[in-house]
Design a binder for this molecule. Structure first.
Ligand code: ATP
Length: 142
């Protein structure tokens, strides 16, 4: 099966670096599907879930935003933050979501709505990806 190199990098670390056959990422204008030998592309990501297929197996990675570049059968994602499903602390994400919801609802004059909404979307993306992990765990179905 055809593959491409996928590298997901933040300022802190390399989150993911593998040969994959499919990538679906949250592009700024909607879901973006990338297959091997895709045409060159540079685009912006929004907070959400990335889906990758490697050796026929699906896995999920949360991303908070960043840039995606396709060049020469390689996809490089420079992410603000990114976590593989198994790395996500769900309790932390739930607390972050509650804090952000309270901030948005407070409507106080010094509240930065854009910032609060972005925090809300980051936490929701992490919770969504963490749920995928639970569903994918053997024996936890039903
Ligand atoms: P919090 O308020 O919980 O810090 P946040 O959305 O403000 O959430 P970020 O600034 O996006 O956090 O991320 C800071 C660092 O913490 C990054 O390295 C990110 O990958 C990591 N991180 C944030 N939330 C989680 C989480 N729920 N599980 C694992 N790592 C996380």
């Amino acid at each position: 099966m055809a593959t491409m190199r996928l590298e997901i990098i933040t300022a802190e670390r390399v989150v993911y670096s593998e040969e994959v056959s499919v990538l679906v990422a949250p592009g700024i204008d909607g879901e973006l599907g990338i297959l091997p030998h895709h045409a060159p592309l540079l685009t912006v990501l929004q907070p959400g879930e990335m889906r990758v297929v490697k050796d026929g197996e699906e896995s999920f990675i949360a991303v908070s935003g960043g840039f995606l570049e396709v060049l020469g059968n390689k996809v490089i994602i420079l992410a603000d933050t990114a976590e593989r499903a198994e790395e996500i602390d769900s309790a932390r994400a739930e607390e972050a979501m509650k804090r952000a919801q309270e901030r948005v609802q407070s409507r106080s004059a010094d509240m930065d709505l854009e910032r609060a909404l972005m925090a809300l979307r980051r936490s929701q993306a992490r919770l969504k990806v963490a749920q995928r992990r639970r569903r994918a765990t053997p024996g936890s179905s039903g």
